[in-house]
Design a protein around this ligand. Sequence first.
Ligand code: C2E
Ligand code: CA
Ligand code: CA
Ligand code: CA
Length: 276
Amino acid sequence: AKKRGRDRYEFFTQALQAEIVETKKLADDILRGMENHEFEAFYQPQFDARSRDIVGVEALVRWRHPTLGLLAPDRFMRVAEELNVVTAIDRLVLEQGLRDHAAWREAGLVIPKLSVNVSARRLHDEELIAQLGGMDIAPGVVAFELVESIFLDEEDEVAMANIEAIKRLGIDIEIDDFGTGYASIVSLMKLQPARLKIDRQFIAPILDSTRQRKLVRSIVDIGASLGIGIVAEGVETMDHAKALQRMGCDVLQGYAFARPMTAETLAGFARGQQWR
Ligand code: C2E
Ligand code: CA
Ligand code: CA
Ligand code: CA
């Protein structure tokens, strides 16, 4: 028994060590990739549920890895967060987003809204507001998507002060992954967000379950009574889209319409408004 215990111990230490080595490699690779400008914003369009016009895009980071190809955030974000590189990624995505947005406009393409994801770390960054002040951000154009779990701590004064300053700069606050974070609805509403994004795990089952439809409808009701827009993410089929429109969602985003794409592809797509 003693030997078996030791074998297991060695197995776990080896597995742990292998994981540490892998994480370290990935961390070095991320830093190298940042130096090498391999990270890039993709854009997924968002549509008005009724008119079906493009009302905005969400910027989503991708890594053009020299050997592994195009990588989505699930491959690197956890380590990027541990490394604190996530604030640099958020900043890079916003800066590229503003540049692309300006280029679209110059090309005659009006994309009303540019949404970017903002990590907890960045929301707590003391330099955030100064940085934003130095950027050319027209009021009403940019939205920050903040995940609900950021607001678990109601006494979080740094975050609250930053949010007020962000709003004063004319940037909208959106609650991302709404319904997954266990923050109290009262504390969330105190933020007076412009929009709530219902997480896709609540959207997927609406066609099969009355209960799930009721849940979404009650979120829509909250939004309507407080003047907060409702965005549904992860809309995978047109049947979902129709149901969500009937339920009163304002904005729809998902594979049913378009996947995240490069800035250039987005320009072509928006011109075509292909999905009607
Ligand atoms: P999120 O903010 O919840 O973004 C939505 C995710 O759902 C995106 O995954 C998007 O590609 C995907 N998606 C969109 N429509 C559909 C659909 O119809 N079905 C399904 N199954 N998925 C859909 P992505 O691009 O892989 O990003 C994953 C997560 O990584 C994001 O989740 C966000 O939390 C994080 N992320 C992405 N870009 C950034 C960034 O620039 N900064 C920060 N801090 N986080 C980011
Ligand atoms: Ca998001
Ligand atoms: Ca989500
Ligand atoms: Ca998320």
